[in-house]
Design a protein around this ligand. Structure first.
Ligand code: KG4
Ligand code: ZN
Length: 332
């Protein structure tokens, strides 16, 4: 079964052709980072306009690279939420048009679920139960998947998403946008734990997260040094911030796995491409836990994960109606 995946939920215009949910025939991602850099973040109107310009050429390129024609497609999978309303609408409208024109099933995909499904492209035999952690620019969701489609949200962020915190700390340190990959690079020259940053503790026993306190501690540290006219230890701050975030994430996933008595942890989303985080979790994990990460290129937004997520659903006949609408606030 050959599925065309389409992803336009945020600032990447992406299309991919995936066979049987596991063989990537093409995976084209066009990033808008350069467009948004001058604004220091994503501007929704600019994003949707750029999707309109790029979506058809990107789909054509995905078909050419896969050596497929439109008529070879067995289904069209598209992100219908969560994400930016105008951006989601571009992908969904094009997907509906192709599905209607070819008379092949349309299936709307939850972007968060797809971030976890990126793992199935590398580990096709991966099965629930597992604890999943989606860490991206807009989301920090800890979930328990007991069986197919049975998602229980265990915890989420109460303020900034992890990726958002990376982006904001990079801004505080004048490192540019998007912050995650730059912080990772700069942190390699710094000493983790060289600068004490707070761990947010909640009064109640919870799996929720909070990252704004760590971010604000970085801000105050920088402001105090600036007042004194001292130089800013950028690399040490980046390394300490990154290490603190890794510590918080690892604590939550290990505790969740223990509570749910599962032996598998599955990560996804842009932040899970962070190599420091990946090796920290691998190093600190209890012996009997197995950790799954997508390859870094499938951690950030892409359409192969959308097509992969659609495959088992289409096989079960779980297809969407032509009246499917976007859901910008969709959750698990
Ligand atoms: O999953 P994604 O591509 O888009 C969303 O669904 O949000 O995630 C983008 C986020 C950005 O905040 C970016 O700074 C962060 O993921 N990110 C990283 C790294 N690469 C991307 N954060 C930390 N380390 C990285 N290497
Ligand atoms: Zn994403």
């Amino acid at each position: 079964m050959v599925i065309l995946g389409i992803e336009t939920s945020c600032d990447e215009t992406a299309a991919a052709v995936v066979e049987d949910g596991k063989r990537i025939l093409s995976n084209v991602v066009s990033s808008q980072i350069e467009l948004h850099r001058q604004f220091g973040g994503i501007v929704p109107e600019v994003a949707s306009r750029s999707h309109v310009e790029k979506i058809i050429p990107i789909i054509k390129q995905a078909l050419i690279e896969a050596k497929m024609k439109l008529e070879d497609l067995d289904g069209i999978a598209v992100t219908f939420g969560p994400g930016l309303l105008g951006s989601l609408l571009v992908g969904l409208t094009v997907a509906k048009g192709i599905s209607y024109g070819l008379r092949v099933p349309l299936i709307g995909i939850n972007h968060l679920e797809a971030h976890l499904y990126a793992n199935f492209l590398s580990y096709p035999h991966l099965r629930p139960p597992f604890v999943g952690l989606v860490i991206s620019g807009g989301h920090t969701e800890l979930i328990f998947l007991s069986g197919k489609g049975n998602y229980q949200v265990l915890g989420a962020t109460r303020d900034d998403a992890v990726g958002e915190a990376f982006d904001k700390v990079a801004k505080i340190l004048n490192l540019g946008y998007p912050g995650g990959p730059i912080i990772e690079r700069v942190a390699r020259e710094g000493r983790p734990h060289s600068i004490p940053l707070p761990s947010i503790r909640f009064k109640e026993d919870t799996f929720d997260f909070s990252f704004s306190g760590i971010k604000t501690a970085v801000l105050y540290y920088v402001m105090d040094l600036e007042k004194e006219g001292a130089s800013i230890p950028t690399a040490d701050l980046a390394a300490s911030f990154q290490a603190k975030v890794a510590e918080v994430l690892a604590e939550r996933v290990f505790r969740a796995a223990s509570l749910k008595k599962v032996k598998k942890i599955v990560l996804g989303g842009g932040v899970s491409s962070n190599l420091f985080l990946r090796s920290f979790i691998q190093k600190e994990k209890p012996k009997d836990l197995k950790i799954f990460f997508p390859p870094p290129s499938l951690c950030t937004d892409n359409a192969a994960m959308i097509a992969a997520c659609a495959y088992p659903k289409i096989r079960e006949g779980l297809i969407s109606s032509p009246s499917l609408d976007v859901q910008p606030n969709l959750s698990f």
